[in-house]
Design a protein around this ligand. Sequence first.
Ligand code: ADP
Ligand code: MG
Length: 728
Amino acid sequence: MSTLRFDALKKTMGRKPIIIDDNEKRSALFGVNVFNEKAMRQYLTTDAFMSVQDAIVNGSKIKRVVADQIAAAMKDWAMSKSVTHYTHWFQPLTGATAEKHDAFFELLDSNQGIEKFDGGQLVQQEPDASSFPHGGIRNTFEARGYTAWDPSSPSFIYGTTLCIPTVFVSYTGEALDYKTPLLRALHAVDEAASDVAKYFDKSVRKVNASLGWEQEYFLIDEALVMARPDLTMTGRTLLGHTSAKGQQLDDHYFGSIPTRALRFMQDLEKECMLLGIPVKTRHNEVAPNQFELAPIYEEANLAVDHNSLVMDLMGKVAARHHFKVLLHEKPFKGVNGSGKHNNWSLTTDTGVNLLSPGKTPMSNLQFLTFFINTIKAIQEYEELMRSGIASASNDHRLGANEAPPAIMSVFIGDQLTKVLKELEGVTTGKLSPQEKTDLKLNVVGKIPEILLDNTDRNRTSPFAFTGNKFEFRAVGSKANCAKPMIILNTIVAKQLQDFKIEVDKLIDKKSLKKDEAIFNVLREYIKGSKRILFDGNGYDESWEKEAKKRKLSNNKTTPEALKIQIEKSTIDVFSTMKVMNKVELEARYEIEVEEYAKRIQIEGRVLGDVARNHIIPTAIKYQNLLIDNVKGLKDIYGTSFKKMALEQMDLIEQISNHIEKINAGVTQMIEERKKANALIDLGKKAAMYCDKVKPYFEEIRYHCDKLELLVDDELWPLTKYRELLFTR
Ligand code: ADP
Ligand code: MG
């Protein structure tokens, strides 16, 4: 009997839900462990408080003396909550978060210690950063990197450590993390959107991008996961026959949450509340043992930090409940994978959502302006958007008959399609008073009413307008949201900047009125953006053909999708908007293709190991049992044994056949890996892993899965799909 698997099953079956004390109101817990405005007011002098607020709102610099005061106040606040250490918390390009804890403790002399934390330690640190991915940046320039405090994301306490959100840059200023370009992109979209918003309201000073993410994940008992080397090493099952029952009965989605999972969620939500993460929604997802967690949306920089923090937190809380959280986009073949919808909108400091229709024709024209400019930006940079969600793990979802496809398109619904059609017919140049009135009353003025019943939702669209926001649905569950958010905000910023130039030109040169000029430019944008609009079903093969006609990209694999990141159009838009320069983009590209190759390499190694050292020996063991049986029958029945041993002999042959195929597959895969490893060019290496190594995975898996169906269940070493997906 396979001891590990059956031990795991026994353990899982014996688990009891852990009791969570969840009596306290969520609002009473909210932000208790965050150095937020409330804590700042209590611990900071008025001057220091104003200085931090100014840094948050206007990005102003904090003076060293003030930084000393803030650091001392932070330390006092943290120590009042039994904190002993602090860390600069940042998001290197590994996709995870990084922290190195230092104690507040310092020596006065050899006999006496004190707790100390000063402005210098708060503002800047030099982690020994040579082991973080840097795509050659630190080799070319300067060996060191440093972290610098980001006051716009508040510090928080986790465990007994004060965590200070920081950016991570090289000494020459190149970004080595996600936050740096994100902050630059948010700054760019703020400037460009504020300028355009001023057409409609002169008092707008700032525009914030908002992000509301929806995190999908699988929750599986830790013992069952630990019995599988593929899940522990790669986050997904590299083999495993689909279970007889999967998600075909649709009986999990929005169903009652299993008690053990619910206790985990309560525990996680409490931790989130303490950290000021406004989680609100929890429910079962489509696949068995798949769930979703979503907060109320926040300013994008904070939302990105909170998502990174939540992903980290989930693993820690899960351990208390003997669960493993699987964030991989496709842990199981044959059931739905996980995504992370990124809901995005733009809001002014006057409290107006620029992607929400308003009460007056003017505010609706403002809505249309931002709405159409966003569509135009996506149409222009569709391939870049696709590249922002590319990863080895997300490749299993995109374009693999599961929403959404690898082709970017925008869904806006019937009603808004009609509105755009009307606007497309607007007269060139000056508009007659009659036309203006008609537009205001019958087209623009009607938007809020028609949107009220804009209920048609297209679930297969990668980028959908859903009433007052766009929803980028192709983002992977494991991804750092910063990646797609950097791209989206940068291209929209660029688009709005171009729009402003065009409108101003029409006003100056053609002496058009402001609204006439806006209508004129929007009309041309609508004409030029048609190819990106698609309301149909993204799974459909006919869409692939249609998309090809429209010259939309359809990059199904990561190595293909990433190429656009170092093309001229990309370097141009990122450098014009001062988000990333050529060096930074090329470094990121190298990091990503290298990561891709490494991930496939690891999967290949694990698959080879599991197939040869777990599956084949098990199959041989079972085959020997069959051989013994046949021999026994022969001993007893002599020549007439054959009739009785027919099935057994057939099985023996089948098993040999599968073993042979597995062995051949693994051998050939290793040969291809060797060839790929010899390549120096990282892009080519990734492509080789993708095109030559990866195809063996399915081949090897096919025969392993067939063996799973043949071999005695008691001998099978790996936890099976039905056990992983249906034990709770
Ligand atoms: P679903 O997509 O599951 O139907 P909703 O559309 O109600 O759910 O909302 C999903 C997410 O969208 C939530 O996390 C919510 O906070 C976020 N959201 C709602 N309004 C906005 C907005 N204006 N900007 C950004 N995110 C938003
Ligand atoms: Mg959604």
